[in-house]
Design a protein around this ligand. Sequence first.
Ligand code: NAD
Ligand code: MG
Length: 397
Amino acid sequence: MSGRPANVTVLGATGSIGTSTLDVLARHPDRYRPWALSARASTDAMAGLCVRHRPRYAVMVEPGAAEALRARLAEAAPEVEVLGGAEALVTIAAAPEVDQVMAAIVGAAGLAPTLAAAQAGKRVLLANKESLVMAGRVFMDAVADAGAELLPIDSEHNALFQCMPPGYRAGETAPGVRRLLLTASGGPFRTRALDTLAAVTPDEACAHPNWSMGRKISVDSATMMNKGLELIEACLLFAVPPERVEIVVHPESVIHSMVEYADGSVLAQLGQPDMRTPIAQGLAWPERVEAGVEPLDVVARAALHFEAPDPARFPALRLAAAAARAGGVAPAQLNAANEVAVEAFLEGRIGFTAIPAIIEAVLDAGLGGRVDRLEEVLAVDAEARALAVQLLPRHAV
Ligand code: NAD
Ligand code: MG
C-alpha cells in the first residue's frame, strides 16, 4: 500500500456490482478513494452515491442527465464535478490520477472505457465480461502491452484466479494446470418443465435462486448464456483452449470454480454468493481486506451437489462453445445477438426460447469481418446487432 489512498473509478456505479464496490471502498477510506463514478441515466441513484461517497467526478452518459445531476448536487455536493456523454467514461477510466478501474457497466457499452483503462496501464477490475468476449485478443493484448493489472471479478474467474499458482497473472497459461472446472448454479429454470420455458416472464427469468444481479445478467443466467460467455472469458483470461474448460452445474453456488492440476489436485475457492468477496480480492490483491461478507458456515450448508448441464434445456451453452472454438468474429457476434435478444425479451417483445434461436440464426448467417482492431470489433458488433434486430419480428409474441 502506497502513502495515499488508491483512486478508484467505478464505471457502472449505480448497478449491482457498482454499489457492492462502493460498499467495500467505504469500509477502507484509508486505502481507497472513490475518485469517479459513472451511470447511464439514473440521476436519483447517482445523486445519492455522490452525496455519500464524494467522488471528484461523476459521469452521466444519457443526454440531459448530467445537467439534471448538476442541478441536484448544486447544494448537496457542489465539489463533485459532473461530466456528460460516453466520451467522459474514457476520460475517467484513463486519467493519470486513477489507480484502479472497476469495469461494471453492463454490455458492449463498457468496452471503450474498459479498454482505455487497460491501455493506460491501470489495475482493471473486470466485471464487464461482454467487453472481453467482444474484443478478445484486442483487450488481452492491450493489457499485456500496457502492463496493466487485470483482476477478474466475475465470481468464477476470480475463484480460478485465486486457485492459480503463486505469482500468476491473468493472460498467462499456468504451468501444470490440466483443466478449469467452471461452476454454474443452473439458474431459476434448472428443473422447470421444459415445455413451459417458452412462456416464462422476464420477472421469472430474473428471479435467480442464489445471486442478486442486474436484469441482463440474470436473464443470461436463466438461459445459461452467462456460463457460455464465461467459458469464452475463461479461455481468454487463463489462456486455455475451450476443450480444457468443463462446465459443472452446482446448484448451491458455494464453490465458485475449481482448477485441476496435472498431479490430480483440484483446488476450489468457496464462499458466500456475495460479490463483495471477489471485489475486495481484486481491489486489495495480493493483500486481503474485510469485505462485509458473512462467514461461510460449511456445516449449515451440509451438502454440495454437482451435475452435468442439460444441453436440451440450455442450447446457449452449445452456441457459446461453438463460438469459443471458432474464435475470430464468432464471440463478438454471439454477444451482440444475445444483447439484442435479451433486451427484446426484457421488453416483452419476444419469448424466452427465442433468445437462443436468434443467436443461432445470427451465428449461422456467415457474417464476416475482422477483429484485430477496436474499430473492426465495433463493426462486427454493429453488423450482428443489425441482423438480430431484423430477426426479432419473426419471434414476436
Ligand atoms: P446492472 O444492470 O445492475 O448495472 C449496470 C450499470 O451500467 C449501471 O450503473 C448502469 O447505469 C450502467 N450502464 C448501463 N447501460 C449503460 C450504457 N449504455 N452506458 C454506460 N453505462 C451504462 O448490472 P450488474 O449486474 O451490476 O452487471 C454489470 C456487469 O458485471 C455486467 O457485465 C455483468 O455481466 C457483470 N457481472 C455482474 C455480476 C453480478 O453479480 N451482478 C456478477 C458477475 C459479473
Ligand atoms: Mg459469474
